[in-house]
Design a binder for this molecule. Sequence first.
Ligand code: ADP
Ligand code: MG
Length: 623
Amino acid sequence: RSNAEKFEFQAEVSRLMDIIINSLYSNKDIFLRELISNASDALDKIRFLSLTDKEVLGEGDDTKLEIQIKLDKENKILSIRDRGVGMTKEDLIKNLGTIAKSGTSAFVEKMQTSGDLNLIGQFGVGFYSVYLVADYVEVISKHNDDKQYVWESKADGAFAISEDTYNEPLGRGTEIRLHLREEAGEYLEESKLKDLVKKYSEFINFPIYLWATKEVDVEVPADEDDSSDEEEKPESTDGDEEKEEDSDKDEDENKPKTKTIKEKTSEWERLNDVKAIWLRSPKEVTEEEYTKFYHSLAKDFGDEKPMGWSHFNAEGDVEFKAVLFVPPKAPHDLYESYYNTNKSNLKLYVRRVFISDEFDELLPKYLMFLMGLVDSDTLPLNVSREMLQQHNSLKTIKKKLIRKALDMIRKLAEEDPDESHDKDKKEVDESKENDEKRGQYTKFWNEFGKSIKLGIIEDAANRNRLAKLLRFETTKSDGKLTSLDQYISRMKSGQKDIFYITGSSKEQLEKSPFLERLKKKNFEVILFTDPVDEYLMQYLMDFEDKKFQNVSKEGLKLGKDSKDKEIKESFKELTKWWKEALASENVDDVKISNRLADTPCVVVTSKYGWSANMERIMQSQTL
Ligand code: ADP
Ligand code: MG
């Protein structure tokens, strides 16, 4: 094209495209759901804009917020069009090639190790999956603020942009034309596309249509010959009428005036049924439906089920419906980005209209691993995002969401037969369902335990609730995880405090002289080996009226010993001498201890100072 401007793909994007083009990944189907998901995002955007400015929707067909799929078998073109927000020339250049998203290199890396393209959408580069099936792609787009442009590329390191003077005007929106590769012919089969939309795009909240062929019965004069097929009469597709006529025909079979022939016509066929899952009653929604809904939210179509979900309807001053999921796995960058971003996985809808998935105000940071959706009837629709962010109801919604989320997590533990070793808990029933749930809390803990700890640090209001969800190993847990409730149920009579020790590994801790005496006296000690545990214990002071006592710190009391005072007195001179001798070594005090058994002496940290482990952590961080 004479008016085409050429651009080079950003280097990482180019590498990504190479990998996709040459991929042996067998599930090429994923491109379709990525395109439909982009179309749906674009429709969400224009619908959101139309809340404050009706004009943006235009008129006539442009007001129809829908997605259309068309097949051109002859030219091997599959096209997907939407009446979404569209892209300006600048958008096309930036979004489809020159600006790499943060996920691009992460995804390239992942690709090289796993080759699994399924998660492409999660990394924000789903569009490029079109090159799994096409060797040439055109993106025709019309945005309200610009003329119609065409982006095109053969994935050879470059793309071209030209003003569109040859295609039909789109009005508004985007049409993606895939020139399918030889071996991708199956995507020209209507049945294949219907199956794919059913499978992957069931929860798209806009109608998806396929320009589908339909065989219809057409009445033609009996004497006319079959070549007059082209003159179709769409009215005659009405089934009831035909039946009547059929029976008429049976009556005067000898002298038929008309006959019925099969004829092919095409019409838009709706492929999805858009009753939003969160608007239905939780009782009616099946486990399978929740799983599929989760997959579509997470852009992860693997076979893993979410670990748990909570679907509820909040009533009262602030009304909303919500579905929350605990994903089967932590996302690749969950803790990496913890302190820099606030990437929430919660979508906010107001009265069925998608508003944003970047609403930090809905869930606290430590729960951002949850996936889900909130649809509120109380929030106003026609205000800016900024105003919405300050709306009073958000606080109430957030509070309820946290409560429900923590309940959901607690249930994961309650339903897990492995969790209830307490005798006083109700008998574990050995049904199959329970077997499926066996070990689920340990799995949860391994994926998201750190989030619970961060929650204890950050969320004072829910600290106790979160502390109940805490799991750890102890000197008596035999390599298994245990909880504070279980620890307390095993406490020795007369034991007042909950004992713990922190360190870099279990092996190191088990050799610790600090544990000698406690072990001999049969006290259980919690072993904290995660660096975050040090911070955690600065916030977790007590649990159910029991104080936490770090056994490597000053102040450890293992119950009264009548001889304590006597011994202290008789060694007074010696401890004084030691104290003076060690003063230059930064030693604050020298004391008689009752915490040791075999080791003659230990260095302990003062009650209010950093533990030795904390010193270690701080040192490693300031490097
Ligand atoms: P993501 O959807 O995660 O942002 P993609 O690679 O799928 O990543 O798409 C890249 C970008 O291209 C989108 O963010 C969007 O800005 C733009 N885009 C893609 N398809 C469309 C479309 N149908 N309409 C409007 N913009 C689109
Ligand atoms: Mg996308």
